[in-house]
Write a protein that binds this ligand. Structure first.
Ligand code: TXA
Ligand code: MG
Length: 359
């Protein structure tokens, strides 16, 4: 593809004081004001940002990502005064969630303000809003002076980016600039919740857990698609697309320890017999076992089983490493579907196109 842009990369230390006067932030904000795209770090994953008030700017996001046009975007705000520019109504329960979790990895679907372009919401009457907990993201939004619409900054279908290098892999030459603020922290996207239904419904499990939300607002529903009820169609447009997928064919094996390993080894041997390069996704605790056993060509650890935050943080980076090492067949262990584990398993099941074996 011919490069449309000479993508600029601005490095910025998220810990410096007065970020809002840093030239990197000021220059990035100018691109946003000019209707161009800037990738920026949030606490979850990198976002691909455009002025949310400009339909033309937002249109460029769909082109750069190759994103289906019926998939709405999340609008990011930098302070509470921007909320009324985006949402026309905020229920008491929504207000309580904002007080508890903003800035942070929680996106609320609220009735949209008329001025929000239909391009942002894909024609829906609701808009997804969140205030990210990342100093670079907040500084960019506040200096640009407009809410910023941003999906994850990956090409559609690829794992979401957790470093600026991941963004460059997917979008170099397609966007004006990348603000490099280091690795993101949470590693999986925000939790999304529809606040316009009773009880509010979680569409996508993410950085804020079901349990945390329930503790604040009581009654809350979960999109049945995440509870493994067969044939339930997901409620958010974006959740129906193949997502987060590595290029290799991925299988998940769940069950009790010893039989899981035996099944994983059996699958790896079958794949090898077919001439495929093989990989295993495990955790720090079992990495030595897989390295020693040599049943797979590549063994990668995704965090530690004793700390789900480390698994979430490393997940997308590990999926991309399998691609870099040209692994054609991957088997992975699974995690308990509770707390942050629900978000991790949701992403893993999609990466594996729902190829799960229970032993
Ligand atoms: O952590 C995150 O949420 C990251 C960072 C960049 O903020 N953003 C992100 O955006 O993950 P994206 O576009 O990759 O995922 C947004 C999801 C999609 O599944 C989309 O369909 C859904 O939210 N969505 C957005 N607005 C919606 C709405 N009004 N109603 C229903 N679903 C909506
Ligand atoms: Mg995404």
């Amino acid at each position: 593809m011919q490069k449309k842009y000479e993508t600029q990369v601005f490095h910025v230390d998220k810990n410096v004081e007065h970020l809002e006067s840093c030239t990197q932030i000021v220059d990035s904000a100018k691109f946003v004001e000019a209707g161009e795209l800037v990738a920026f770090p949030t606490e979850t994953v990198y976002g691909l940002g455009a002025n949310a008030c400009s339909a033309d700017a937002v249109e460029k996001i769909f082109v750069a990502k190759g994103r289906p046009s019926d998939n709405p975007l999340i609008v990011h705000i930098g302070d509470m005064s921007q909320l009324s520019q985006v949402a026309s109504e905020v229920s008491p329960a929504a207000r309580r969630l904002m007080d508890a979790f903003w800035p942070g990895p929680l996106t609320l679907f609220l009735p949209k303000q008329e001025s929000v372009p239909d391009r942002v919401t894909a024609g829906l009457p609701t808009v997804g809003v969140r205030m990210p907990a990342h100093p670079v993201a907040l500084a960019l939004i506040n200096v640009a002076g407009v809410p910023i619409a941003a999906p994850s900054a990956n090409r559609s279908g690829r794992p979401s980016p957790t470093t600026a290098a991941h963004v460059a892999e997917d979008l170099d030459g397609r966007i004006a600039a990348i603000l490099d603020g280091g690795s993101t922290g949470v590693g999986v996207e925000s939790t999304t919740i529809d606040m316009t239904v009773e009880p509010p419904m979680i569409h996508r499990p993410g950085g804020i857990t079901y349990e945390q939300i329930q503790a604040v607002i009581g009654d809350v529903a979960m999109d049945p698609a995440h509870l493994r009820e067969k044939d339930a169609a997901p409620v958010s447009p974006g959740m129906k697309y193949a997502h987060y997928a590595p290029e290799g064919e991925m299988w998940l094996v769940e069950g009790d320890g010893a039989s899981v390993r035996a099944k994983m080894i059996e699958l790896l041997h079958q794949a090898k017999a077919q001439g495929l390069s093989t990989g295993v996704m495990t955790t720090e605790e079992s990495l030595a076992f897989w390295k020693d056993s040599a049943d797979a060509d590549v063994a990668l650890a995704c965090g530690s089983v004793s700390d789900m935050t480390s698994v979430a943080r490393d997940l997308y980076g590990v999926l991309r490493q399998f691609d870099e090492q040209r692994v054609q067949f991957i088997v992975a262990e699974t995690f308990p579907r509770e707390g942050l584990g629900l978000a991790v398993m949701n992403r893993l099941e999609k990466a594996a196109a729902h190829r799960i074996i229970s032993v």
